[in-house]
Design a binder for this molecule. Structure first.
Ligand code: E4P
Length: 216
């Protein structure tokens, strides 16, 4: 399973990358807007830190302009993946960009039918938003289960990228269901290794070791 970080903040990306297990980055216009820096500069910096797919989202809503924006974004770095909304226009732009050899990530996916069309359009990633479904009292993880099953049935090459992750249980369930990728907020990455028994166990090991008076 691949771990992406869901942020455009360079300090957070550097810190997560220092763990040595980060496979990629996802951004979106809201995340970019928090950083007060030009988009191209942010994307170049991210691509220098992480050697993996870096999603950068178009902001046009009409396919011709989406394609133009997508081509501009793809020129920034070979690892850029063009993120497009899963609308009629977004799908048309996806098909056109895929034909040109550009990788795409279809975002704002909330149904299995959207995911099925995304796979048929040849996208590299589909991004179902589990947290935002949970917010409206629909089980986001049920959607992941359905998409993984549908993609397995037809051996689609599109990778299931679980997005809008809110807590570690989303990640555990994604892994159990066989999702290919999860994009995880910085705060959630920080929680993944925490366990009180690990802390207590280490404290006891170290205090017992100190009593021996030995050194390694
Ligand atoms: C995914 O690519 C999106 O950037 C992200 O996961 C959205 O998450 P949110 O619902 O927490 O904004």
């Amino acid at each position: 399973m691949k771990f992406f970080i869901d942020t455009a903040n360079i300090d957070q990306i550097k810190d997560a990358a220092s763990l040595g297990i980060l496979d990629g980055v996802t951004t979106n216009p809201s995340l970019i807007s928090k950083e007060n820096k030009p988009l191209n500069k942010i994307l170049k910096e991210i691509c220098e830190i992480v050697d993996g797919p870096v999603s950068a989202e178009v902001v046009a809503t009409e396919s011709d302009t989406m394609i133009k924006e997508g081509k501009k974004l793809a020129k920034i770095h070979p690892n850029i993946v063009v993120k497009l909304p899963t609308t009629r226009e977004g799908i048309k732009a996806c098909v056109a960009l895929v034909r040109e050899g550009i990788h795409t990530n279809m975002t704002l996916v909330f149904s299995a039918t959207q995911a099925l069309i995304v796979a048929k359009a040849g996208a590299s990633f589909v991004s179902p938003f589990v947290g935002r479904l949970d917010d409206i009292a629909q089980d986001g993880m049920e959607l992941i289960r359905d998409i993984v099953q549908i993609y397995d049935n037809y051996e689609f090459g599109t990778q299931v990228l679980v997005a809008s992750v809110r807590h570690p249980i989303h990640l555990v369930q994604s892994a159990l269901m066989g999702a290919h990728v999860a994009t995880i907020p910085y705060e959630v990455i920080g929680k993944l290794l925490n366990h009180p028994l690990t802390d207590a166990g280490l404290e006891k090991f170290l205090s017992d070791w100190q009593k021996t008076g030995q050194k390694i």
